[in-house]
Design a protein around this ligand. Structure first.
Ligand code: B16
Ligand code: MG
Length: 232
């Protein structure tokens, strides 16, 4: 009888322990709709260079670094470019992208994001950013969230981009939370792969919402409760 009581106590104690202690958000396409700006900037560059590029190809660029994105675009290029020329093209694209970022405001934060991150913070959940973008600091500043997150891990701090787990493992270590207690929110197949490679739980939203490898899926953060996110 005593052992039954003890077992019950142990089971209910552990089931009451939150599984997820930190949520790591991807930036472009999850927190803010800068994924569209990336498309417009690449499209302008590709058109100027006479390279075929459309929204279908653009899907392969989600979560992938700037230079790797350029390599994907180059698959359709009618001529070969030198490494120096490619570096210049990537810089040109980034200039177009930065021009578009000029008009970014807190109003561009995607639906459901502010409510969720505020609620999670109130519940004592640690919050991080895990983005491949080197423009992460300027974007967070523009949307008024520069000081909101406990840890920011981005393209400036990593050697290997998604699907490598480095960006998420760095965010988790900055927050001192073990990977298995982290949930990643992603809009890219490469990002979901990275979260799984990191040994983390993963929620797919937006463009990745049909990715079956994710532990939980939703069209947007608006469609899911904090309880569902933390119950994984
Ligand atoms: P940048 P995320 C990624 O950000 C974008 O999804 C991807 O399209 C982009 O190429 C990459 O950042 C690098 O961005 O040129 O600004 O350094 O989705 O990981 O937040
Ligand atoms: Mg993204």
């Amino acid at each position: 009888m005593l052992s039954f009581g003890l077992t019950t106590f142990v089971i209910s104690y552990y089931s009451a322990q939150p599984m997820i202690e930190a949520v790591i958000f991807d930036l472009d396409g999850v927190i803010v709709s800068t994924d569209e700006f990336h498309y417009q900037a690449w499209k302008k560059l590709a058109d100027e260079e006479g390279i075929f590029f459309d929204r279908h190809i653009n899907e392969r660029l989600r979560g992938v670094s700037r230079l790797e994105s350029l390599d994907i675009i180059m698959e359709k290029a009618p001529k070969k470019y030198t490494e120096e020329e490619k570096k210049n093209l990537a810089e040109r694209k980034n200039r177009y992208y930065r021009e578009l970022l000029e008009k970014l405001t807190p109003g561009d934060i995607l639906p459901g994001v502010l409510e969720k991150i505020k609620e999670l913070k109130k519940d004592g959940v640690r919050l991080g950013i895990g983005s491949s973008s080197k423009n992460t600091p300027v974007i967070l500043e523009k949307i008024g969230l520069a000081d909101f997150f406990d840890a920011v891990s981005d393209g400036n701090q990593i050697k290997r981009s998604k699907p490598d787990p480095e960006v998420f493992l760095l965010a988790a270590s900055k927050m001192n939370i073990p990977p298995e207690k982290c949930l990643v929110v992603e809009d890219a197949d490469a990002g979901i792969e990275a979260a799984i490679n990191a040994g983390m739980k993963c929620m797919a939203v937006g463009a990745a919402s049909s990715n079956k490898k994710a532990h939980i899926r939703a069209g947007s953060l608006q469609e899911i409760s904090v309880h569902q996110m933390l119950g994984l």
